[in-house]
Design a protein around this ligand. Structure first.
Ligand code: NOJ
Length: 551
């Protein structure tokens, strides 16, 4: 593929949520045939790799994150042979493949769980999970007070073979996602084998779901009110690093050192996060710190600075993520008064200025694409798709909606099937005579379609295409250096207090983002790219970014 072994230090990675990307067979659900047909689109977009959220057989309890078989493909999406062909086709176009491995939990329909239910209390089959007797009279209360990330208790009681109410099992997410016991050697061996299985099929990366949660304090103590770093009974326990050190040896061995491990490490403490990126552990981890910041120059400046510093200390590249399949779409988030993403509140119905959100999302794209490290683009962000907020209750699929009795709308709004064509019954998501998309596309979805934006100089898609091709072509953007341009009171580049962020890469490349209220003059320079129109006097308006090359 002509890239260096450390391709992951700089790659632009496109996240495909297979069920919503493109529907090849017309059943209303996106599939691998749909992705294969659209590989030229992704190659032309200018990304280096594709991360597929789970494509394995699953009961759909959590959009594929309830895996029933890690070595096969969900029949709704295709076949293993098709996945192999997809990995090959993508590779031929210069696109690497990253698969999503879910080690924290397996689907309740996985054979291991059936075995555990049948084998009964105290069995070795149950030791692969967390089965415990309940508390209280007759064991009627859950073993402890842990709560599911999706709402409600993290325990469910089973009925034993003789029909009596039995033990409880742990599920930190949906009840159909059963937590595995990573102190059980069979669990470890099984996943090492799964890694080898996919690496042997040519994947270049493994995204690790809920990577910090796999090791639990064996005593299962209550979660302290304010757990300090490393002090949470099931998040970021120190022992977790042993697992990933072992995974690193497996991945290095299988891939000759070319494949990368990407952790979903959702930790506020950056030193605890970068501990996962020590040279013998994961290659990269998602950086959610930036996503948690408001659209404010000081906050973004501080987040970028501390992120780069923390990563530099361990010699790992940072990653830049504006959104994914779990969070509010960027244009919607940035169109609100409170622009920081907070998983605790998805804020439906909050007044949203989508035109403002769109301007800021475009500026934010230029900001993150100019930073050193790897870049993630969530499918549809290149089209400027907004969050779909008016999905009927009966059509919602995310377990968060049901488990919170509808108080949290969940994540369906960022998973609505993509519009490829302005016309057509599903806007080209599937064939015109195919079934309706599994989540409804709202009115007006066609205005965001790929064909409607192609060739349109002011569209989000054109901006992403130009941005990604420049990011690849400009030698300044390949390194790891970044220098902030600080104010001396005279330079037009330099007035952080007014909300202008500016940094150089190399000697002459400058990225400017105007988060202040007033237009600012650009330095004497060649303008390479702007996220929106300049003013009549060629100043950079509010909520706009520019890439320039100094004379
Ligand atoms: C993180 C994934 O991104 C999310 O979609 C999923 O619900 C949880 N992990 C549980 O697997």
């Amino acid at each position: 593929m002509g890239q260096p072994v450390d391709w992951w230090r700089h790659a632009a990675i496109y996240q495909v949520y297979p069920r919503s990307f493109a529907d090849g067979d017309g059943d209303g659900v996106g599939d691998l045939a749909g992705v294969r047909a659209r590989l030229p689109y992704l190659a032309a977009l200018g990304v280096d790799a594709i991360w597929f959220t789970p494509w394995y057989p699953s009961d759909g309890a959590d959009g594929g994150y309830d895996v029933a078989d890690y070595r096969s493909i969900d029949p709704v999406l295709g076949t293993l042979a098709e996945a192999e062909a997809l990995i090959r086709d993508a590779g031929a176009l210069g696109l690497r493949t990253i698969v999503d491995i879910v080690p924290n939990h397996i689907a309740a329909s996985h054979p291991w769980f059936a075995e555990a239910l049948a084998a009964g209390p105290g069995s070795s089959a149950r030791d692969r999970f967390f089965f415990r007797p309940g508390r209280g009279v007759g064991g009627q209360d859950p073993p402890n007070g842990w709560q599911s990330a999706f709402g409600g208790p993290a325990w469910r009681r089973v009925t034993e073979q003789d029909g009596s109410p039995g033990e409880w099992y742990l599920h930190l997410f949906a009840p159909e996602q059963v937590d595995l016991n990573w102190r059980n050697p069979q669990v470890r061996t099984e996943f090492e084998d799964v890694l080898r299985f996919w690496l042997r099929r040519g994947v270049s990366g493994i995204r690790i779901d809920s990577a910090t949660m796999i090791i639990k304090d064996p005593d299962l103590p209550e979660v302290p009110e304010r757990p300090g770093p490393g002090n949470h009974p099931y998040v970021d326990q120190d022992e977790v690093h042993d697992v990933y050190r072992q995974w690193r040896t497996v991945v290095d061995e299988e891939s000759g050192g070319t494949a990368a491990l990407v952790g979903e490490v959702w930790l506020a403490d950056l030193d605890r996060l970068t501990a996962y990126l020590r040279p013998d552990e994961l290659h990269t981890a998602f950086n959610f710190d930036l996503m948690a910041q408001p659209w404010h120059a000081d906050a973004l400046h501080a987040s970028i600075t501390r992120t780069l510093e923390a990563h530099r200390r361990v010699g790992a590249p940072a990653t830049w993520v504006l959104s994914n399949h779990d969070v509010t779409r960027t244009v919607t988030r940035f169109g609100r008064a409170d622009t920081a993403f907070d998983p605790a509140g998805r804020r439906p119905g909050v007044p949203t200025d989508l035109a403002l959100g769109c301007r800021r999302a475009a500026a934010a794209a230029l900001l993150v694409a100019a930073l050193p490290g790897s870049l993630y683009v969530y499918q549809g962000d290149e089209l400027g798709l907004p969050e779909v907020e008016d999905i009927d209750a009966e059509q919602r699929r995310d377990p968060i909606f049901a488990q919170t009795d509808g108080t949290d709308p969940g994540r369906d709004g960022c998973r609505v099937p993509l519009p490829w064509t302005a016309s057509g019954t599903s806007h080209g998501f599937g064939p015109d005579d195919g079934a309706a998309p599994w989540l409804p596309q709202p009115a007006g979805w066609g205005t965001f379609a790929v064909d409607a934006q192609t060739g349109h100089p002011a569209s989000m898609l054109t901006l992403y295409r130009t941005m990604l091709s420049l990011r690849r072509a400009l030698p300044e953007l390949a390194g790891q250096d970044l220098r902030w341009v600080h104010g001396d009171g005279r330079s037009p580049l330099a007035d952080p207090a007014s909300g202008l962020l500016a940094f150089t890469r190399g000697d002459r490349f400058v990225c400017l983002v105007n988060l202040g209220p007033d237009p600012v003059p650009l330095p004497g320079a060649e303008v390479l790219l702007v996220s929106g129109p300049l003013t009549a006097r060629s100043h950079l308006p509010s909520d706009t970014a520019a890439w320039v090359r100094l004379a």
